[in-house]
Design a protein around this ligand. Structure first.
Ligand code: AOF
Ligand code: ZN
Length: 362
């Protein structure tokens, strides 16, 4: 129940973790629940304690994450639980944040029983946060639509629309909840996407990021246009070594003049350092909506955590159709990392498959 409540914070809580808290009496009857609604706002425990009021005295608190022990933007939750007089706290994931950890020990010092009871769904919920804490990288999900026979576009680039309207709506809903959306220059030149969340409730201002080593994004591309003034500038990732000529410098200047923020890729056009820098600025979740070239690069750098694949009911039957990932040419199947299939769902006539590769130490 705490996990379910926590997930309502998706899109609001990040880059903080989603956290849920349930307060129950000694017989297991639920008194109140709460969750971390938005980064900078009250933590889950405080939200639940406010709803429970004096009924929290002597009660049990179940939290998806170890209560924090620091005063950051709010907190500390350890002291809030002590002040409310709860008698026992069960938490599912230890807080890896060096600034916030230690809540369980503090509770025990104050005579409250505190137990760490690992729980798979709570860990799942915390994965983006755990990954950023352990590696300094954002949580990276790729999304694409493909035909039954694995084509994401015809050879001429035509890809509109493979998936149905229900699938596309789901994508807009997810766009509205992530910190950043990453695409490649191929997609920008071919589809001229806006990469904004439309016709859905927007939970946060997405940053748009384009992998564009040679700075070929056209100055009038939709991805550079701002729907509203407060939106963060579009980030263009360029490889300063690949196009070190005058016209490259001119193209970069033009993009900057259009309000874009130009960031360097690592040696050989690698993405990791740029993604690390973005994570440092608060990008905790990154949605990749790109062609096979960029997905292949992410695979090569072992950066891809998960994929959402929409399979549309079409057989393209074209030998040269585009594929969702390319550029690796592995020689033995056994060397290719296998993902885990987390879920299979139906969206209209499309199947939605959710795969996970991430191995996050917890
Ligand atoms: C909790 N309950 O609901 C959350 C926690 O910037 P602040 O002050 O909001 O602190 C954020 C840190 O607190 C975050 O990095 C994580 O370690 C912890 N998050 N802790 O007890 C909550 N969201
Ligand atoms: Zn807290």
């Amino acid at each position: 129940m705490a996990v379910r409540v926590a997930s309502r914070g998706h899109g609001g809580a990040e880059p903080n973790p989603m956290v849920g808290c349930v307060i129950a009496d000694r017989n297991g009857n639920v008194i109140a629940d709460g969750y971390h609604r938005r980064c900078g706002g009250p933590h889950a425990e405080v939200d639940a304690l406010a709803a429970a009021g004096s009924r929290a005295r002597g009660a049990l608190a179940l939290v998806t994450l170890e209560p924090c022990n620091h005063r950051g933007r709010t907190g500390p939750c350890s002291e809030a639980l002590v002040a409310a007089g709860v008698s026992e706290v069960i938490y599912a994931v230890a807080d890896p944040n060096p600034l916030a950890k230690g809540g369980a020990a503090r509770l025990r010092e104050c005579g409250i029983r505190a137990f760490h009871v690992p729980h798979a769904a709570a860990t799942e919920l915390a994965l983006p946060f755990l990954k950023r804490m352990h590696t300094g990288l954002p949580w990276i999900s790729a999304k694409w639509a493909q035909s039954i026979d694995g084509a994401v576009a015809l050879a001429n680039g035509d890809s509109q629309w493979l998936s149905g309207t229900r699938s596309r709506r789901l994508v807009h809903r997810e766009r509205a909840r992530v910190d950043a959306i990453l695409t490649g220059i191929g997609t920008v030149l071919e589809d001229d996407p806006r990469l904004t969340a439309r016709e859905v409730r927007v939970h946060r201002a997405q940053r748009r990021v384009v992998f564009d080593p040679d700075a070929r994004t056209p100055p009038d591309a939709n991805v550079l246009k701002q729907d509203n003034e407060s939106a963060a500038p579009t980030t263009i990732l360029v490889d300063p070594t690949s196009g070190n000529d005058l016209s490259f410098a001119r193209r970069v200047d033009l993009l900057a003049a259009r309000g874009a923020r130009v960031m360097p890729l690592g040696p050989g056009g690698t993405l990791e350092t740029a993604l690390r820098a973005l994570a440092g600025e608060g990008v905790s979740t990154l949605l990749v909506e790109a062609g096979g070239g960029l997905v292949g690069r992410l695979l090569r750098e072992q950066l891809l955590d998960e994929a959402w694949v929409f399979v549309a009911p079409l057989l393209v039957a074209d030998d040269v159709a585009r594929r969702s990932a390319r550029g690796l040419a592995p020689e033995v199947l056994a060397a290719i990392p296998r993902g885990r299939l987390l879920s299979v769902r139906r969206r209209g006539e499309d199947a939605l498959l959710h795969y996970r590769w991430a191995r996050v130490a917890t």
